[in-house]
Ligand binder design. Sequence first.
Ligand code: HPA
Length: 278
Amino acid sequence: MAGEVAAAAVIRRLAEGFEPRLGIVLGSGLADVAGTLQAVAEIAYADIPGFPKPSVPGHDGRLVLGTLGGLPVACLLGRVHAYEGRGYGAMATPVRTLARLGCRAVHLTAAAGSLHPEWSPGMLMAVRDHLNLMGGNPLIDQPDAHGADRFVDMTAAYDTELMARQHRAASQAGLPLAEGVYAALLGPSFETPAEVRMLARLGADAVGMSVVPEAIVARQAGLAVTATVAITNLGAGLATSPPSHQETLQVAGTCARAFRTLLTAFCEDLAGSEIFGT
Ligand code: HPA
């Protein structure tokens, strides 16, 4: 049985009758955002078949089901990154499970470094597009493609209508929200200053070590994708102090409140829309 079928069956048994419409993946230091949910059920990844166990501090490994801004959501607290050694598809089963549970879209969040010296840590950036510089792809070695297209179209990977709704929600909530291109590198070492200069020249605005594999799997599974990253630091060489994971977690924690406000306003907007309304 495909992993997501077994996983969805377990989740459905534990949250009978609950049908999430939006999946949310909470990245480094952002688990607090889940506190905003009116939770219906909470399940450890360890209790869901095929779900991976995160090994990085700041990544919980829990699925919380509940409503946010009136919208039924499934919130994945914590992710496994490709650099943790379980492949580029480490989050494939959780993402496919969201689709299987009835989600129409997934909203990915993460921490990222800025490639603009004038950007300040603490700001949020909606992802308009990405550069996959990880050196791998979550769809490698899957000839059956989970019943979907192996050659996934990534032309409009980040949904333009949902992004417009997100910008509207941000401005209604009085939150500044930048927009840009996210470059994903494998990590876990941070970039060199030369790499940061290269990424800026390639047209990226922010750099991180996640988002992209999940966006690819989600598009293959037919989910619309949006992503927002918390800028936790300036890229290596752009600031006086070097980046660190501790700083990432600390600054991401200070963004949690803005994320809560933004996500609640976004979900309220989606709950009132035709495709998401229940
Ligand atoms: N580089 C890569 N990933 C990151 C960074 C960074 O500077 N900050 C937070 N995640």
